[in-house]
Design a protein around this ligand. Structure first.
Ligand SMILES: [Zn+2]
Length: 212
């Protein structure tokens, strides 16, 4: 979606929604081959617990960040990654995530905002959720099974992304990150404590940034 030389892929839209299900493997590979995997910040690091800055420059630096994010996401075997998860204070997330129909979605959203949907349109889905910044922990969390995000692509063009099922969960989870919220902040006190205990007892399979 963010290949700099390829505006057609980056900006192709369908009903105003970005097409993020085509050439996923090729686009994901191109990004991470240009990028460098960075260690992942974990719960307690201040960069994860405050709103990130809006992105205002859509140039080479942003493109490099996105490439590094794809490389980091792959190295950590994630399906979505927010910039503050590699310590960068900027509203950007990338994703490479299947939905419940088996479609793979790959892309990037800059300055995302979750679109408020009418309460009647929401069907809650009570599935397991995990986060690279809360390594090895999982908890059940009810979220709407459909989500829309508005934002910009790597060139600054306005885009909309929509998803169902697991991908809807990913869009909400990643947008939350950029406003300073982890999924464990949405759990009951007891479930949050249990997730943190799971994290204490587990060993991540990827490099993390030690908390000061
Ligand atoms: Zn996360």
């Amino acid at each position: 979606m963010a290949q700099q030389e390829n505006e057609v892929v980056g900006s192709e839209v369908n009903d105003g929604y970005v097409v993020d299900t085509e050439d996923c493997a090729e686009r994901e590979l191109a990004h991470r081959e240009r990028g460098t995997a960075r260690p992942i910040t974990v719960v307690g690091n201040p960069v994860l617990h405050r709103e990130c800055k809006d992105v205002t420059e859509f140039g080479a630096e942003l493109a490099q960040l996105i490439d590094d994010m794809f490389a980091s996401q792959k190295a950590a075997e994630g399906v979505g990654l927010a910039a503050n998860q590699i310590g960068v204070d900027a509203k950007v997330f990338v994703y490479d995530c299947p939905d419940d129909d088996g479609n793979r979605h790959t892309g990037v959203v800059v300055n995302p905002k979750l679109v408020e949907l009418p309460a009647g349109a929401r069907v809650l889905d009570d599935s397991n959720e995990g986060c690279l910044s809360v390594p090895t922990a999982y908890a059940s969390l009810a979220r709407p099974d459909y989500a829309e995000v508005e934002g910009q692509d790597a060139q600054g063009n306005p885009i909309k992304v929509r998803g169902t099922g697991y991908f809807a969960r990913c869009l909400q989870h990643e947008t939350d990150h950029l406003y300073g919220y982890l999924y464990i902040d949405r759990l009951s006190k007891r479930d949050r404590k249990d997730a943190l205990r799971q994290m204490e007892e587990g060993t991540p399979r990827y490099e993390t940034v030690p908390n000061a």
